[in-house]
Design a protein around this ligand. Sequence first.
Ligand code: GLU
Length: 480
Amino acid sequence: MSTVRVRFAPSPTGYLHVGGLRTALYNYLFARKHRGSFILRIEDTDRNRYVEGAVENLVRTLHWAGLAFDEGPGAGGDRGPYVQSERLTLYRDHAEQLVREGKAYYAFDSQEELEAMKAEQEQRHLTPKYDRRALRLTPDEIQRRLAGGDAHVIRLKVPDDTTVAVEDIIRGRVEFASEMIDDQVLLKSDGYPTYHLANVVDDHLMGVTHVIRGEEWLSSTPKHVILYQCFGWDLPVFAHLPLLLNPDRSKLSKRQGDVAVEDYMQKGYLPEALLNFIAFLGWNPGDDREIFTLDQLVEEFSLERVGKSGAIFSMEKLNSVNKQYLRTASEARLADLIRPRLQAHGLAVPDDQYLSGVIGLMKERATTLEEFVTGCTYLYTDPLAYDEDARKKNWKPESAGYLRAVSPPLDALTHFGASDIEECVRSVAEQNGVGTGKVIHPLRLAVSGTAKGPGLFEMMALLGKSTCLRRIDRAVTTLG
Ligand code: GLU
């Protein structure tokens, strides 16, 4: 097999979709596994969808995920430029070549004419399709109209009465009747190529050996196969990845949750956890192992192990994977990742030792990095309010009395460690002839403002004596 060359070819629409990240990941894994090249190509030929800054954002997100590309914008490579809007002449030349060879043709129809054609076909219950009226134009007429600068497109002349077969590693052989394929526009009236033309010309010129992309592109592939045949080029190997689904098996959509990788970055999923999770959306190692580093994925990945059926995007699964990665992440790394999040929330960044204490308390509990901040703001600042449910449940008329009783012995502790605090709380409960819960629950509410969180005594030890006493005092006054 020639050297593997694969590409990730996103359109810069503003953000990287998790489905796009999966496509990028599978291409990356395949390239690394076969010691080939991974190319990033920007498909920006749809000017209506152009979004300022989208390319930079894509590159930044891929970088965050650790998917380094060998060729592409900013990475060099000798088959560039890697941005389609910088390759317009190439597409025009190729489209005109097909016109000269009688495999494509000029068409001058206006939008209104095309709409009328479609409406009429629909009325007659026909599949809407270009009726090839432009093929009736004489060569002279065509020349005259071109010379007169009339708006025109170039359409592919799809061969009649044939079957177009797509051989796909994942889906096997998929056949399409050419009657069902419209005479696809290759070059638009604005001089830009359509996705189909640009994609095929670039895949060929960039030496792409394997086209690995989402299943939503499968219906375009017969058009691509025809184009390869028209140009007389070898076909790449195709692999169409299964759709991503919501847990209810509907197509993954914004309505049911986040679809932008940036949202997951922001929420505090670790890149390696997100990649590990994404790797399993369609692929599996064939046994029950679940945690894989990127290098291990490279080792194990194969397109043959990618399934056909839709892959369910389960937040529960992602959370569980992220949790596992957070547990094993080093404290120094977590601290580096948490500090900017504290700043973003306007919270003062505590010293290293204190932050290390927070990490120790939260590491087993947090699902995301963000939870090291928003899941325990009381570890950084006094609670300003008390959780209403927790207050109802844990603050009784006698609670203030117990807290008043526990304050002096806490204050008297010379060493404010978790076990010292615990002993103190237990003896106050005993002296009052009540179970420890009667003291512990309101104490937790006073100290943290909520009913949930890390172990109370460990948490109090971290907060320190004066903070705890201040919070107890405030609770007694405000809650009464
Ligand atoms: N530009 C297409 C996209 O946005 C690329 C599809 C392909 O890989 O051919 O996904």
